[in-house]
Ligand binder design. Structure first.
Ligand SMILES: [Zn+2]
Length: 360
């Protein structure tokens, strides 16, 4: 049986005086204990406050100074290297660990010390992030080099067995190099043609794997997946990662929403690629059956009027006049002292229809 707690008052129930005095003593004791408990609580609170104060002081002592770029923007020339200085507030604060990234490393790359290098014309935004998560940004504009008498011929949709070998022959005859924006599934069919293009010094660039608008423009993920497949195939066959890509239908086509376009650009720029539309055209894919002379004249005229001499010709099997048109253009401009280069040797800004900044 459970022992009943003894009530001191109960023992003296018969003696009311004793009962009262015992009860009062007990009551005092209880009061005293409560007082001790209070003391303990106060001590506890003090200890807690000291700990909190300690943490706050430690935080204050180790807190990062506020960071900011010394300059609000930079302008650089190609080949320039520039340390992006970061100022601190307070100025004598301990510099936190910083990391730097570029949103367009093909234009401006940046190393872990914040040294930026201008590589090609255009703009890039450098983000500096501190250990505690402060994020600051600075815009860098790289000036495009002055165009010397150079023309960049670009071919889309190949390689094809019917057209590409003739195009390569004509280019060789004029000591010209050019750029081939290839379609992955065509490359899969004619890998030897891609290898020949690369071996002859031409630039190889990405024009998607399938060229199927319904597939590639469904979402940015769909486009990137298709793009990556093509880039990997090019790398496998040529040993070189391509630098440029061109959207089928151009950068302002109606199949791609502006959100999809922005997402693709953001990702591919981050990965180090450059977009390239065109600024001159032979009009070989406008649905009109132009003669070789008309297409050649179109090309020559639009090159003369172009801001950036990048011309589009198609080397897929239906465009069987690509080699003849190419020869007419080469003949015309080489007589006038022009040379012809692949886009690997181009250091100007992207031609991009989508942003409305350049191109037409
Ligand atoms: Zn195309």
């Amino acid at each position: 049986m459970k022992k009943r707690k003894r009530d001191p008052g109960r023992l003296h129930l018969n003696d009311p005086e004793k009962f009262t005095s015992v009860y009062i003593t007990e009551h005092r004791n209880r009061k005293r204990m409560t007082h001790r408990q209070k003391q303990l609580i106060v001590i506890g609170i003090i200890v807690l406050l000291v700990i909190i104060a300690g943490i706050v002081m430690l935080r204050a002592f180790t807190q990062e100074p506020v960071i900011a770029f010394k300059q609000s923007k930079y302008t650089m020339n190609i080949g320039d290297s520039q340390k992006l200085s970061v100022k601190l507030d307070p100025a004598n604060g301990k510099a936190p660990k910083l990391s730097f990234t570029s949103d367009h490393p093909a234009v401006v790359s940046v190393n872990s010390d914040g040294r930026a290098k201008a590589k090609r014309g255009g703009t890039a935004v450098i983000t500096c992030t501190s250990r505690d998560g402060q994020k600051i940004k600075v815009k860098i504009t790289v000036k495009s080099p002055k165009q010397e008498k150079v023309i960049y011929i670009t071919y889309d949709d190949g390689p094809s067995a019917e057209v590409t070998p003739d195009v390569l022959r004509v280019l060789k005859k004029y000591h010209a190099t050019a750029t081939f924006f290839v379609v992955g599934q065509q490359v899969k069919e004619y890998p030897e043609l891609l290898e020949a293009e690369a071996a002859e010094g031409h630039t190889i660039a990405v024009h998607t794997y399938t060229h199927d608008y319904n597939k590639i423009y469904r979402s940015s993920d769909a486009y990137i997946k298709d793009f990556t497949r093509t880039a990997k195939l090019i790398k496998k066959l040529t040993g070189k990662t391509p630098l440029y890509w061109r959207f089928p239908g151009g950068g302002n086509n109606d199949f791609m929403s502006s959100e999809t376009r922005s997402a693709i650009l953001k990702e591919l720029h981050k990965q180090g690629y450059m977009e390239m539309d065109w600024d001159a055209y032979t009009e070989d894919a406008v649905g009109v059956d132009y003669s070789v002379k008309s297409m050649s004249d179109n090309g020559i005229r639009s090159l003369k009027n172009s801001r950036v001499p990048v011309i589009l010709i198609h080397d897929l099997s239906e465009k069987s006049h690509a080699a003849e048109v190419t020869e007419n253009i080469l003949k015309y401009f080489s007589k006038r002292g022009y040379s012809f280069e692949g886009l690997d040797d181009y250091y100007g800004a992207e031609i991009t229809f989508g942003s409305g900044e350049s191109g037409k």
